[in-house]
Write a protein that binds this ligand. Structure first.
Ligand code: ASP
Ligand code: MG
Length: 302
C-alpha cells in the first residue's frame, strides 16, 4: 500500500486539531499515512526571540521557557488519558531546549540555534499524535525528522537531499504501516544533527518525505482555499487556481505568493509527486493541485 503525506500548518494544529486529526484518520483508512506538523501558532516566533536574547547574553529565560511548556501542557490536559504520555516528552524537549539556549549564549553555535528553533515542532508532534490516537482509535508513532529526512549545508537554511532521504526514510519505515507523526521544519545532517529548512520549511519537510516514499500525493493543509493567481488580500479580483503545473507554482512562489515554501516544490517535481493544497477549515473546498503538466491538464479540463 502506498504512502500519503499530509502536512498541517501552525494555524491548523492550534485552532483545529480535531478537524485535522479527523482528516488524517480518514486518509489512514486508505493509505499508509505520514503526518508532518508545524509548531503551534506563534511558538517559532517566540523561540526566535528567545534565541536572540540568549545570543545577547541574557540568562533569565526561565519564565519564557515555562510559558512555552505550559502552553503545550495545557493542551495535553484537554486530551483525556494522553496528558501523562505527552508530559514526559515535553519535559525532555524543554530540557534539551534549555541546554541548546545555554550553548547559544556561550558559543553562538548555529547548530545550537537550529536545535533550539526545532523545539516548537518537537513539542507539537507528540501533542498531535495524542490527538490522532484519540480520534483514530489506533496507536500512532512519533518519529523524529532526523531519522527520516536528510539535508546539507547551513544549519538555519539547509538544502534537502532527496536521494539520501530515500535511503534513510525507507530503511526507517520498512514494515511500518503508519500512521506516523513527524515534526516539520528540520531534517538531519549526515550525522543526524538537526538542520532547519528555513522559516516556513515544514512544507519542504512534507514534499521531501512524500517524494522519498513515492507517495501517491502530498497534501498541504492550511487556512486558505489554495493558490490564487495574485494576492487575494490586495486584489479582490484574484482567482483561485484549481491546478498549476510545477513550473507555474515555482514562478508563483518566487514572486512572493504565499502558496508554498519556495524550496518545497523541487523534491516533488523531481519525483513527480502531486501536491494538493487544501483548507483545514473548509475541507469541502476542492483546493489546488500542483503537479506534472499532464495531471494538471486533466484537472483543468474537468
Ligand atoms: N514553525 C516553522 C516556522 O514558523 C516552520 C513552519 O511552520 O513551516 O517557520
Ligand atoms: Mg507555517
Amino acid at each position: 500500500m502506498s504512502w500519503r503525506v499530509l502536512k498541517f500548518g501552525g494555524t491548523s494544529v492550534t485552532a483545529a486539531p480535531l478537524a485535522a486529526a479527523g482528516i488524517v484518520a480518514a486518509a489512514a483508512r486508505e493509505r499508509r499515512v505520514a503526518v508532518v506538523v508545524s509548531a503551534l501558532a506563534g511558538v517559532t516566533d517566540r523561540l526566535v526571540a528567545l534565541v536572540g536574547r540568549a545570543r545577547a547574553g541574557a540568562a533569565d529565560l526561565d519564565d519564557d521557557l515555562a510559558a512555552i511548556g505550559e502552553l503545550h501542557r495545557e493542551r495535553a490536559r484537554r486530551l483525556n488519558g494522553a496528558a501523562a504520555l505527552c508530559r514526559s516528552r515535553f519535559e525532555s524537549e524543554l530540557r534539551s531546549l534549555r541546554a541548546a539556549l545555554a550553548e547559544v549564549r556561550e558559543t553562538g553555535s548555529p547548530h545550537a540555534i537550529a536545535r533550539a528553533l526545532a523545539a516548537g515542532e518537537r513539542l507539537s508532534a507528540p501533542l498531535f499524535a495524542a490527538t490522532l490516537e484519540a480520534v483514530a482509535g489506533r496507536p500512532v508513532e512519533v518519529i523524529d525528522a532526523t531519522e527520516l529526512l536528510v539535508a546539507a549545508g547551513s544549519p538555519e537554511e539547509a538544502a534537502p537531499q532527496l536521494e539520501a532521504t530515500r535511503q534513510r526514510s525507507r530503511l526507517r519505515l520498512a514494515g511500518c504501516l503508519g500512521p506516523v507523526v513527524v515534526p516539520g521544519f528540520y531534517a538531519g545532517a549526515g550525522d543526524g544533527a538537526p538542520l532547519l529548512l528555513g522559516r516556513g520549511g515544514s512544507d519542504t519537510s512534507a514534499t521531501l518525505l512524500g517524494a522519498a516514499l513515492a507517495a501517491d500525493r502530498v497534501e498541504i493543509w492550511t487556512d486558505v482555499d489554495g493558490a490564487y493567481d495574485r494576492d487575494p488580500r490586495r486584489f479582490p479580483e484574484a482567482r483561485l487556481c484549481p491546478a498549476l503545473d510545477f513550473a507555474a507554482a515555482e514562478a508563483l512562489a518566487r514572486s512572493g505568493a504565499k502558496v508554498l515554501h519556495a524550496q518545497a516544490i523541487a523534491p516533488a517535481r523531481a519525483a513527480g509527486t502531486p501536491i494538493h493544497l487544501r483548507n483545514t477549515f473548509r475541507p469541502e473546498a476542492p483546493g489546488t493541485v500542483v503537479g506534472p503538466r499532464e495531471t494538471v491538464a486533466v484537472r483543468k479540463a474537468a
